[in-house]
Ligand binder design. Sequence first.
Ligand code: PEP
Length: 251
Amino acid sequence: MAARRKLIAGNWKMNGLKAEGLQLASDLAGRLQGAGAVPFDMLVCPPFPLLFPVGEAIKGSPLALGGQDCAPKQKGAHTGDTSPAMLKDAGCAYAIVGHSERRQDHAETDAAVAAKAAAAHEEGLVAIVCVGETWAEREAGKAQEVVGRQIAGSLPAGATAANTVVAYEPVWAIGTGKVATPQDVKDMHAFIRKELQARLPDADSVRILYGGSVKPDNAAELLATDNVDGALVGGASLKADDFWAIGTSCR
Ligand code: PEP
């Protein structure tokens, strides 16, 4: 199996004002710098207004910056949107696309997610493409069917291991404290790997993250699961101690 370096990504969602965001990011950047060689990449995705100040504060450190979403275009008459070019200008290397909260709250379709990922790629950003089933879909035995459809529809042409990360986030596990069992995670990540192998030339090198109530006390087991190449973390990414503890659970 290809060696895949773990990615620990923090999605701050709509949390944090400037002072808190700067403190959190600077704290993490300092810990990363002080730790030297670690077996993971660490990424923070603050709300858009914090990208520039946080980007300035962590410049030159190993802590990476990402947007929580991006527009499918680089500029123009799109009120309220933020383009991949703007993310790059702020120092971002990543953009999350297709988070279930975007799919649900903003009716984003797989095609819209693929267009955003393609625009992110155009600017040299890594797109973190999120997929995941609802509880009703899992109960109906349709989890793999749903995730398979999302993968097929949300990955743009030209997706490779260098420009794309897939995040499996069961919707029912996000922000709920419910976590998928390691066996369910293992099965779904193996399924996603197979779906990627059918589509991408370097599928074995694509990082597949798990997201959904990852905390310091469950991170080690999840991160040691086959085909789990990191975590997309919401709530626990807002506390430096917790987020750092998740990172250092990587072996
Ligand atoms: C997320 O925001 O993608 C997420 C997984 O949130 P939480 O870790 O809080 O469940």
